[in-house]
Ligand binder design. Structure first.
Ligand code: NAD
Length: 356
């Protein structure tokens, strides 16, 4: 089969880690007989330098003409003093909007070999951890009405949290479909004891659950969910929640794993289209030094193969290769604790490709 992928290396370590992900993609393509046509385009700080615009129209056009997008990371010190609306990170909001990416999938998993990196006690994590946070990405308070008005107490600012039934229904379906491929358990997180928007959220999620009789649904208030994530994270399979709650809980879940360089993510549109990227940023402190861990980006490619292209065996092969390389003791500097073999970005990529 042939597939078209728009590749946005971006800034900082973006180009370093994306190169390794493309090496792994090409290797898996050769093994399984697929051709991946990759077109590199600009976004972020490098796009500002080259065109004056963090998200050039050409980038949007190439992304729209592709089956999926692979993104490294954007941003860096060089552009930190630009006004908010001109910063490289604006490219991310623009891409999400242009491509209709409404569902953000953030897996938090622990590789047995890296269990020591977690800040939680070993007994809490014994048996491993494998959670996916499904976060609504284009609605809620981050996109609601906002403003400032005068009051008796001085100027007051407000941001409105609003969700329509349609928005909740489509993100709930993503979560239930995901649970069907996993352990058939969805936890919906809201604040229905206080917020009207959460009461609507809970009602719609409960309705959607009727179409998935095999999936167990439970509901948690967000404050309880935040506690449960550190008390007993193994109780979760798929967590579905709003934009703002998901922003916070997915970061909390990723910290449980202790290794930012290992975690991939996906942002999906209606249909199979998706953008895939590591959860971390552009790490300007490591850029161009062959020190960044490329594994999160490589695992993002595995997610792309599974969710956009439906190539599960190919995705499994990449994940197995990552596990094998960790089991053999190869570690990039962020994971290195004095044992095993210290390797750079390129060597880590070569090792993973070699296992494929
Ligand atoms: P960051 O994730 O880039 O870095 C946080 C820490 O983790 C740093 O110490 C960094 O060295 C380390 N780190 C990150 N990725 C790593 C990897 N693959 N291997 C080894 N170590 C890694 O977050 P930050 O420092 O807050 O932000 C840096 C820049 O990235 C900022 O301009 C920020 O706006 C941008 N950013 C971009 C994205 C994105 O493109 N999606 C996301 C977050 C931050």
């Amino acid at each position: 089969m042939e597939y078209r992928i728009a590749v946005i290396p971006g800034d900082g370590i973006g180009p370093d880690i994306v190169d390794q992900a493309l090496l792994v993609l090409e290797t898996v393509g050769k093994k399984f007989g697929h051709t991946f046509h990759c077109t590199k385009v600009l976004a972020g700080g490098c796009a500002i330098d080259a065109t004056g615009n963090c998200l050039p129209q050409e980038t949007i056009d190439v992304c729209k003409a592709s089956d999926a997008v692979l993104l490294g990371a954007v941003g860096g010190w060089k552009w930190d003093n630009l006004p908010g609306d001109q910063r490289p990170e604006r490219a991310l909001l623009g891409i999400r909007k242009e491509l209709g990416l409404f569902a953000n999938l953030r897996p938090a998993m622990i590789f047995e070999e890296l269990a020591d990196a977690s800040p939680l006690k070993p007994e809490i994590l014994s048996g491993g951890l494998d959670i996916v946070v499904v976060r609504e990405l284009t609605g809620g308070i981050y996109f609601g009405d906002r403003g400032t008005r005068d009051t008796d107490m001085g100027p007051a600012a407000y941001d409105v949290e609003q969700y329509s039934e349609g928005e909740v229904r489509r993100i709930a379906k993503v979560a239930f479909d995901m649970a069907m491929k996993r352990n058939k358990h969805v936890t919906s997180v809201d604040k229905a004891n206080v917020l009207d928007s959460s009461r609507l959220w809970r009602r719609v999620v409960t309705e959607v659950a009727k179409d998935y009789p095999e999936v167990t649904l439970d509901h948690l208030y967000v404050d309880n969910a935040a506690m449960q994530l550190v008390r007993n994270p193994r109780q979760f399979d798929v967590i579905v929640t709003s934009n703002i709650f998901g922003d916070i809980l997915s970061d909390e879940a990723s910290q449980i794993t202790g290794s930012i360089g290992m975690l991939p993510s996906a942002s999906l549109a209606q249909g199979n289209f998706g953008m895939y990227e590591p959860i971390h940023g552009s790490a300007p402190d490591l850029a161009g030094q062959d020190k960044a861990n490329p594994t999160a980006t490589i695992l993002s490619v595995a997610m792309m193969l599974r969710y956009t292209f439906g190539l599960s065996a190919e995705a499994d092969t990449i994940e197995a290769a990552v596990k094998a390389v960790l089991a053999k003791g190869y570690r990039t500097p962020d994971l290195y604790t004095g044992e095993g073999t210290l390797v750079g970005t390129q060597e880590m990529g070569r090792c993973i490709a070699g296992e494929i």
